[in-house]
Design a protein around this ligand. Structure first.
Ligand code: TYD
Length: 224
C-alpha cells in the first residue's frame, strides 16, 4: 500500500494562490467558498479553506469576543483592531506557510471586509484602515477576490426568510449595509485586476460555474 492516504496521493497539482471571497452577509459567499474548495480538492489541487475572523485557535477566540452581542460597549476602533489581530495571526500562522507549501488558500472574507464594514460602513478613516490592513497582513494581497454582488435589499429579504439568522442582520440597519455595499463596489473598481464581481441574484449553480471558470483560467486548468 502507498504510504500516502488516497487524498494526499492525488494532490498532484501544486499552485501557490490566495483567493478571497467578499460580499454582504447572506450574499452566499460562504457556500461558494465551500463549493470551490470541494471542486479543487476533487481535481487534485492542494487547497485549504479558511474563514475570517477565525481560522486559528487564537483567531477563533478573538472571533468570539467580536461577535458576542453582549459586548455592546465595544468601540469601532477596538472592533477593527480585533479583526486585524485575528487576521494577523491567521496570515502568519496559516495562510503564508500554506501558500509557500504550494496550496491554493481560499479565505471567506479578508481585509476588504474591514475596509467595507469598518470604514465605509462604520466611522473609521479609510487611510487608517488601509494602513492597518497592510501592517496586519504584512502586505499579503489576494491573487483573486471574488465579490458576490447581492444588493442590501436582497440580502435583507434573505435574512428575513431565515428565522435563525434574523437577529444578526437586525443589529445593523439597512443604511449601514448600503454603505458597506458601496464600499465593496468602490474597492472592486479600484482593484479591477484582482476582483471578479459575480451577480448574487444568480442561482447557486450559476455562480459556482462562473467561479470555477474564473479559477480554472487563473490556474491554467482546462474546464473539468
Ligand atoms: P460571520 O458569521 O462570519 O458572517 P458571514 O458568514 O456572513 O461572513 O460574521 C462575520 C461578521 O463580521 C460579518 O457581519 C462581517 C463582519 N466583518 C467585519 O465587519 N469586518 C471584517 O474585517 C470581517 C472579516 C468581518
Amino acid at each position: 500500500m502507498h504510504a500516502l492516504s488516497g487524498k494526499e496521493f492525488y494532490y498532484i497539482r501544486r499552485y501557490c494562490m490566495f483567493i478571497t471571497f467578499e460580499g454582504l452577509d447572506f450574499s452566499g459567499k460562504s457556500t461558494q467558498a465551500k463549493m470551490l474548495h470541494e471542486y479543487l480538492l476533487s481535481i487534485g489541487v492542494k487547497c485549504l479553506l479558511l474563514r475570517e475572523p477565525g481560522g486559528t485557535k487564537i483567531s477563533e477566540k478573538v472571533r468570539e469576543i467580536i461577535l458576542d452581542r453582549k459586548h455592546i460597549e465595544m468601540t469601532p476602533l477596538t472592533e477593527f483592531m480585533l479583526f486585524s489581530a485575528s487576521r494577523s495571526q491567521l496570515v502568519s500562522q496559516v495562510v503564508k506557510p500554506h501558500i509557500r507549501k504550494g496550496y491554493v488558500v481560499i479565505c471567506d472574507r479578508y481585509y476588504d471586509s474591514s475596509t467595507a464594514y469598518q470604514s465605509y460602513g462604520g466611522s473609521l478613516e479609510l487611510k487608517d484602515v488601509q494602513k492597518v490592513n497592510e501592517i496586519a497582513t504584512g502586505g499579503l494581497k489576494p491573487d483573486l477576490t471574488i465579490l458576490i454582488d447581492l444588493t442590501p435589499k436582497a440580502a435583507f429579504s434573505r435574512a428575513h426568510k431565515r428565522a435563525s439568522a434574523k437577529d444578526r442582520m437586525e443589529i445593523k440597519n439597512l443604511a449601514f449595509y448600503n454603505r458597506v455595499y458601496k464600499g465593496f463596489k468602490d474597492i472592486a473598481n479600484r482593484n479591477k485586476k484582482r476582483f471578479v464581481v459575480i451577480k448574487g441574484s444568480l442561482t447557486i449553480e450559476e455562480i459556482g460555474l462562473a467561479i470555477r471558470k474564473t479559477v480554472n483560467k487563473k490556474l491554467n486548468i482546462s474546464n473539468e
